[in-house]
Each structure stands twice: as C-alpha cells, then as structure tokens.
Design a protein. Structure first.
Lengths: 323, 642
C-alpha cells in the first residue's frame, strides 16, 4: 500500500515491531502527525512510545515553565534548574524526545491551543490532550470534529493510583484478523460532550467507579474555577457535597462513587509514575491501532486503578450514537 | 497509592533488577521516578541496533556497550541523586550467590530466557527474597509474584518445552515452512559452512537403497578442479534434485502424503546463461565480511518481497559463492546467526527452494529471518505497561500486603471488558520439585544406561542445573568445580561412564539419587525405576522423567525430541528464547498465553482464570471501600438501579 517502501535503515530499526504490526502499518505510522497538549508524566510516556514507534512528526504544545512539581513524573526533563530554568515544558521535552529517534520530527508550537484555527488542526491526524479542563476537552474535541478530514481525539488524565483515557475516532473503519480471515469493521464514536451527557443510570451496573469520580472532579473544577490538578484536600467537603447532588440528580446510588476514592483523588492528585507508564502505554497502543487501521480500538473510555489492578474498557455512548 | 507510608517503604528498600533489555529499560525508569533509591541491575548483554526501537535508554552511539551501564547512566540524568549499581555479567555467575540475593528486599525479573528465570527463581527461594517475574511478546504480557510459602514459585507450573521436530519430518517429510527453515539452517548450512566433523542428517535416508556412505560424504566437498559456480550447481542439484528422487523411491513414505517434486538447476534457471550470476563487484567496495550480501550483488532490495523460485535459486548460488569468495576463512566453522545477512539470505533461499519442492508456500527474507532466528515480537508500549505493573506489585511486596498480590495479564483483546486482568496468585504446588521436597521419578534401563546420560539428558537440560553434584546414599558419584584435583576428576569420569547397575554401589530399580546444584542451593531426589524398553520416536532419550514440570510432548502433535546440540543426530530443534529480547513463559495448564503466537489458550486455562476473577468481582465494592483507612462502613453495598 501507499507505494513507498521502508528504507533499509527503517527495516533494521523497526524490525521487532514490524513483526508485530506489519510493514504497511509501519508505513502509515511514518506518515502520521501527532499533536499533544499538556506535558505531564503520562504524556511524556506516550510521547516516548510514539516516537520510538516511528511516527512522522510529533508537535508539543505546553507553554508552562518547568517547576520542580512538573518534573515529578516526567523523565524527559533533567532536574537541574540551570537546564530547565526559563524554558517551557514543551521545549524541554522536545529537546529530549528528539534524541529518541532521529527519524521522527519533534516540534514545539507556542500559543494557546484553544485559539488555534482549523488550518492548524488540519495538519494533524491525532490530537491528545492531558489534564485539561472540561471546557478545553469539549472545545478541542469539537474543533477536531469540524474538519473535513478525520482527526482522532484522545483525552487522558492520571490522578493518584487512577488513570483515564477517552477516545473519539468519529467514524472509524478498520480491519482485524478473525481466525484466519481479515474482516473489515466499522465503529461510530460519540464526542466527549455526547459521551458525558449519557445519563448515569443507563450505564451498566458495574461501570467503572473511576468514570463517575472523574466526572465529579471535572464538574467541581468547572464550578469552582480552579485549574485542573489544583484541587486540594481543603476542597474535599465541597467535592463530596457535589457528588451527593450529582448522584441525586442522576438517580445513581452514591455507592457508585465511594468517598474513599474521591478522597484519594482530591488529596493526592499527583501522578503516580507506574500508572503514567500504564496509561501512556495503552494510549500509545491505541494511537498506533487508530493510525494503522488494524485491530479493535477501545471504545470509548479506559480506566486503570492500581488499587484493584484492573484495566477496564467502558463504552459510554447513548444508543443512538452507538455502533 | 502514593501515600507517605509507601514512600518510606520505597525509599528504604534495596531492589535487584535482572535484565536491562526491553522490560528492563522501562522498569529502571519507572522505579527511579517512583522514588526507589537503591537499585542494582544485572545484564550481560551489549546494545544492538534492533534494540533501539524500544529500549529507549539506548542510542545509536551506544551500540556495542553494556546495557546495564548505559541504562544506569541514562537514568541518572533525570534522577542524579539515586544509587544504581550495574553489573555487566551473567546472572548465573557464581558471585551472585545466596548471600548476594539476601541483601535485597525484592528481586524484579525482566529476562529473556527460561534458563535464567529458573536460576533466579531458585536463588530467590534459597535466599527467601520475593520475586516479581514478567514477560512480554507483542501486545501480550504478564506479571507474576512469587513469595516463598505464600504463592507458587516460578517453576510450580509446567513450562512450554522448546519447540523440537522429529528428525524424519525435517529430513524427509516437511509440511510447514518452519521445517524447511530448520533443514536449511541446522542441516544444509551446517554441512556446507560449519564444522565438517559434526554428524549431520542431510542426506535423505532412502530406506534400504544402498548408496555408499563414502560417496555421500564426498558430495559436499568441493573438488580440486571445480570452479565455484560448478560446485554451487552441483550442490543445488544434489540437495534439491537427487535427494528428493532418493526420497521418492521410498514408496511407503508417500502413501498418505503429497509427493515432492525434484528441482534441478537446469529447470529453475532454464533461461539463464550459465555464467550469468550476480555482480560480485557490488560487494567489492567493502572489506567488511559482515556486509557481504547476495541480495546486494543481485540488485534486490526489499526484504519483504517473496522471491520466485528462480530468484531463490539465484540467491542460493550467489550466497554460496560469496561465502567461498569473500568469507573463505570462516567456512568450516560458521554457525547460523540471525544477524549474519549472507547466512540469512542463504537459509531463506534454501528453505524456499525446498518449500517449492514440497508444495509449501514461500516466505520473504524478513519472515524467514524471524523464524530462523526465533525473533520474539516486541514493542515499547507493552514493555512500559508491564514495567508499571511490576512496580505496583513490588510496592505491595515491600508493604507485605499479601492479600493484594496479583498476577496480571496484559491482553490484546479484552476479556470481560478488561485489557489488564488481575488474577489472585496460586498457592505453592505441593509437589513442585523446586520449592517442595517431592522426589522425581526416572524410568530408565539400568542395565544399559550410564550416569553420564542422566547428567546430559536430564540433570542439565531438564532440571536446569549447571554445576550438579550427584549422590547415591552418602557416596558422591559426580561433581563439578574448578578446585577439584585431577585424581578425583578422573575417578568421576570413570564412574559416569559405567552402566548404572555395574557401579560399585549399583543403581537399580528402587535406588534413590540426590541431585543438587552448588550455585542454586537446589536439592532434589530422583527415584529410579527400571524399565527395559523405550519407544525410539516418542522417548528418544531412552529414559523418562516424571514429576518434573516442563510441559511437553503432545501439544502441537509433534512428537517432541529433546535437543542436544551437536552431540547427537537424533534431534533437531529451533532454539527458543536465546535470542529473544523478552519472552513470556507462562505455565501451560492454567495461564493464559503462550510464548509463541500460534498457540491459543485452551478453554481450561480461560475457565480457571475467569473463575478466579469471578471471586474478585464479588467483593468489588468492598475492595474499593476497604482499601482505604477512612473508617467507612465495610458492609457490602448493593447498587440500587432504578
Ligand atoms: Zn514451586
């Protein structure tokens, strides 16, 4: 497919992974352009995975300057103030990622992601946002959906022992192997806004508790006006109050959102590095699946909680947007 | 999870990592970020180009250097304040003894072969140090916890046997491409370019057709006056033409099989002028023998292409010629190496020509290389995920949080909505010869077999001992060691060469041998049972060990033949594990996934794993609440759906 062959250098470097996903998937990867926003530990993991995999380009957006706290789970930035002082997170991560694979272009884009226009977004095949507010996630996802080309959208978040991935591939066509045959499949995804407005009481009884907890925190941050991740132990009573209200309005038993879980997420919102590695790994695999059009992608949420060790897929879509 | 309490446990701990490869790089990074401060790491390997796509601590400029040392330096760049002690050494080195292991709070394995895994398991048991074991292949992976007396040890469950093939399948009746690869690599390549003195089954045994053995031996020698092109064509005709004709003469073989088609050079290259071969000059510019390539001299570039019979024939002749013209010094002592381009080209072409004969689909060089080199599929993402799970499990072990120990499977396709599936660890197997004292049973003909056979066929390969001491009652029959004096060694040599029943204290049915390993602190007993006859095909060792936990035989319908490289012509095998970066070696009976991608889990495995899971699901609600010390009521909460 695509006419071009992999170079000898590519075949040597990517030998082991071509054996996993095949040469044409590798060619598609080498033509894919990825945009990431919010360079915390989870995204650092993701960027490492995707640069090693050999994508065409990776563009980093994050104008925040590095602080000691932002280095905690990020192995891309040396903890030396002489090195990181004055530089943005995107610039620092870019310096480091470039080294991982000379065949991948790693770039920095300055500015506010929300203000970028359609022209900017249309350069990409995949957009990943991390630790973003409810409004940001909705808005960027909506921008992706307005383009004439299809753009895969992912939102990720890690707090304490928990991690979440949201996936919107719009209308996704792909192939997969079933027994000896390759079959063509199709999945229709809801947007982030559509997904989170699915009434809670219609979700399966065993739906991941992390899903509800993350929605509570999102709503709290929005109402309170605090930035994502700035929530603290002092906020716990208000968060628990909000949870009660939401459960009542959604007719959901409060047991679906244990107070203990919320307390963990509120009092220790920092990323836990093993969870970053796991969420960054799953996200990397999903993006590779989406680009290569090979294998079942997850639809449309993934949750991991180190406390019970389960990595669970939840399909949160109303029946009319479902596949 | 990241509570203060935990940080103190993490900070005060001393961990040993074994392996700095695919999983190892990810693991060292995640350990460092998670706050571990004292990490020791053992790896004997050096860095290769094909590592760089996932072993992210390494760069092109590091190729050839020690993995353990480069990994250390790379991690210190982002965590300069911690202590990482690298050992560029074999984990089986006697310096890494029980006392060495005792200094650690937990051992984390990111290994690539069964042998080393078993060795570390035994030392962890001896030193009473918990072990977290791991493996990945492609998108699949698993993490298991082994704590003496609490969970099963790494060897409590059967391990898949190395893939082996009956000799006759390889020499006479191949039905899969892998059979052709094994033939090309272990027989033809070895015959032409390897040690001439080794026994080799290359010539088809044509039943009773009495071909003089002298004649057969000479065929592969290049005659004095023979030009290299002539020689290549003669070999070609002999192995792909004459030998197939000979095999066909054995009518019995083909009653229920498709008859192969002999292939002669005049047919496969019929429209080519005799001397028109590749342009050897294309390889002329370089003096580096490792860069010699038949593909290059024939102007072929894409390793993903499947060559025609004609192209394979050209590559075959060209590669053979290049070995004699450009690498003549090595001819006679070459062994197949997956990183040797010319060797891979030769083996691919030979396997494909043979496959043509037998009506087996042809494969590209890329695919053939994977099969011949036993290359395990590997990607960065799975290794990263598995490393994260190892650290989580290590923290639980350090906290002594026994109830929460889990083995976790990383799946490619979700099972019950799960991509990461935790399962409660199993209890130790009471009849495990490694972690319990249960004796093994060896059926053997005590009137015919020698102690040396027990050592070479059982003690070393199956029990995985490298420095065995064998005792019969209080008498030491055999031991190894650098410090033994010559007289003693001579007396051991005499003993092992005697038939069992003729020893001073005869070993007969009902005798018990005690076998121990100096370095592994493992000791086990073997009860001897005399048996007169053994089936040559099914029991080629001439002895059968039971109670030993390597899954074997029936699995893929192949009667398996143990590998014993070089020393016997009874067996052929594709080596497993040795060259792989990572490898899953789960048990066969209960765990979900196999080393090789072509084996699917049996229903029984799934059922058992799911059954366990059911139990976990039931106290789901409790786990969430119970996990925290917030004084929340622990009663099980029913969900109230409207
Ligand atoms: Zn055991």
């Amino acid at each position: 497919m695509d006419g071009e062959e992999l170079t000898e250098q590519e075949t040597a470097l990517y030998d082991r992974q071509i054996r996993v996903w095949g040469a044409d998937a590798q060619r598609r990867l080498s033509k894919a352009h990825i945009l990431v926003y919010g360079l915390k530990g989870t995204v650092a993991e993701f960027c490492k995975n995707i640069v090693l995999a050999g994508v065409g380009s990776l563009t980093l957006v994050d104008d925040r300057v590095a602080t000691e706290e932002s280095l905690a789970a990020n192995f891309l930035i040396p903890p030396d103030e002489n090195v990181y002082g004055g530089k943005t997170l995107a610039e620092l991560c870019c310096d480091s990622l470039k080294d991982f694979n000379p065949m991948v272009r790693v770039l920095v884009e300055k500015g506010d992601l929300l203000s970028f226009g359609v022209d900017f977004y249309s350069k990409f095949d995949v957009v990943v946002v991390c630790c973003s507010s409810l409004a940001t996630k909705k808005l960027i996802n909506a921008k992706c959906r307005k383009l004439s080309k299809r753009l895969a959208f992912y939102a990720v978040d890690c707090k304490d022992s928990c991690g979440e991935i949201f996936v919107d591939l719009q209308l996704h066509r792909y192939s997969k192997k079933k027994l000896e045959e390759t079959i063509e499949c199709e999945l229709n995804y809801p947007s982030f806004e559509e997904a989170i407005s699915v009434p809670w009481r219609t979700l399966p009884r065993r739906a991941s508790k992390v899903y509800f907890a993350m929605r509570v925190l999102e709503r709290f941050e929005e109402a309170d006006g605090c930035k994502p991740g700035e929530i603290s132990a002092d906020d716990l009573p208000s968060v628990l109050k909000l949870k009660k209200e939401l459960c009542e309005s959604q007719s959901l038993s409060e047991s679906h959102i244990p107070d203990g879980l919320l307390e963990r997420l509120v009092t220790n919102g920092r990323e836990f590095p093993p969870v970053c590695a796991i969420i960054g790994g799953i996200l990397g695999q999903e993006v590779i699946k989406a680009i290569s059009g090979k294998g079942d992608p997850l639809k449309n949420f993934f949750f991991f909680d180190a406390m019970d060790g389960k990595g669970v897929i939840e399909d949160v879509s109303s029946s009319n947007t479902g596949s | 999870m990241a509570s203060l309490h935990q940080f103190s446990v993490i900070k005060g701990s001393k961990v040993l990592m074994v392996g700095a490869g695919g999983i190892g790089c990810e693991l060292l990074k995640t350990l460092a970020l998670s706050g571990f401060q004292d990490i020791h790491i053992i790896d004997m390997d050096t860095i290769e180009v094909s590592n760089l796509n996932r072993q992210f601590l390494f760069r092109q400029s590091h190729v050839g250097q020690s993995k353990a040392r480069v990994a250390r330096d790379a991690v210190l760049k982002f965590r300069p304040e911690i202590s990482i002690t690298p050992y560029h050494a074999n984990v089986k080195d006697p310096n890494f003894d029980v006392d060495f292991y005792k200094q650690f709070n937990v051992v984390l394995n990111g290994l690539d072969n069964l042998d080393a895994r078993r060795h570390v398991n035994r030392l962890c048991l001896a030193a009473d140090v918990p072990l977290v074991e791991s493996g990945t292949t492609g998108f699949l992976g698993q993490v298991t916890v082994h704590v003496k007396g609490k969970t099963e040890c790494y060897e409590c469950q059967p391990k898949p046997a190395p893939k082996t093939y009956p000799v006759c399948t390889i020499t006479s009746t191949p039905s899969k491409f892998v059979h052709c690869i094994v033939w090309a690599k272990e027989l033809l390549f070895a015959k032409l370019f390897g040690d001439k003195n080794q026994e080799n089954d290359l010539n088809v045994r044509s039943g009773d057709a009495a071909s003089s053995s002298n004649h057969v031996e000479d065929v592969f020698e290049r005659r004095n006056d023979e030009d290299i092109d002539q020689y290549g064509r003669r070999i070609y005709d002999h192995v792909f033409g004459y030998n197939i004709e000979m095999a066909l003469s054995n009518e019995e073989t083909w009653k229920n099989r498709n008859r192969p088609k002999p292939i002669y050079i005049r047919d496969s290259l019929h429209d080519e002028p005799t001397q028109q071969n590749g342009n050897v000059e294309k390889n002329g510019g370089t003096n580096d023998p490792s860069s010699v390539s038949a593909m290059a001299s024939l102007g072929m570039k894409n390793p993903q292409d499947i060559w025609s019979l004609k192209e394979n024939s050209k590559i075959f002749l060209e590669a053979l010629k290049l070995f004699f013209l450009k690498r003549e010094k090595e001819v006679g002592n070459l062994t197949f190496d997956k990183d040797d381009q010319l060797a891979v080209e030769f083996v691919t072409a030979a396997a494909n020509i043979r496959a043509s004969s037998f009506g087996i689909p042809l494969h590209s060089l890329f695919e053939a290389k994977g099969i011949a080199g036993n290359i395990v599929h590997a990607v960065a993402t799975t290794n990263a995920i598995i490393a994260g799970l190892i650290v989580i499990e290590a923290i639980k072990v350090l906290q002594n949080d026994t109830k929460r120990y889990r083995m976790t499977y990383c799946l490619e396709h979700p099972s019950r909505k799960m991509l990461l599936m935790p399962v409660e660890p199993f209890e130790p197997n009471k009849s495990c010869y490694v972690c319990s004292e249960t004796p093994l049973l060896l059926e053997i003909n005590t009137h015919r077999s020698k102690l040396s056979e027990i050592i070479e066929k059982i003690v070393k390969p199956k029990l995985g001992m490298s420095a065995p001491i064998i005792m019969h009652g209080a008498e030491v029959l055999y031991e190894t060691g650098d410090d033994l004096d010559e007289d003693l060694l001579a007396s051991y040599a005499a003993v092992v060469d005697k038939v069992l029943s003729e020893l001073n204290s005869p070993i007969t049915g009902g005798s018990m041998l005690t076998v121990s390993d100096l370095y592994q602190e493992l000791r086990c007993s073997i009860n001897i049972k005399h048996r007169e006859e053994f089936d040559e095909e099914k029991e080629p060792d001439g002895m059968v060990l039971s109670g030993w936990s390597q899954a074997s035989v029936e699995n893929d319908g192949n009667k398996s033949v143990d590998h014993n490289a070089g020393s016997t012509s009874e067996s052929l095998t594709v080596e497993t594990g040795k060259d792989s970066e990572e490898e899953i070696v789960p048990g066969k009976k209960r765990k979900l996934y196999e080393v090789s991608e072509d084996v699917t889990p049996s229903d029984a495995q799934e059922v058992r794993a799911n059954k366990k899971l059911e139990v976990l699901d039931e106290d789901d609600d409790i786990v969430m609440l119970d996990g925290e010390d917030f004084g929340i009521s622990k009663k099980k909460i029913q969900s109230q759906q409207p």
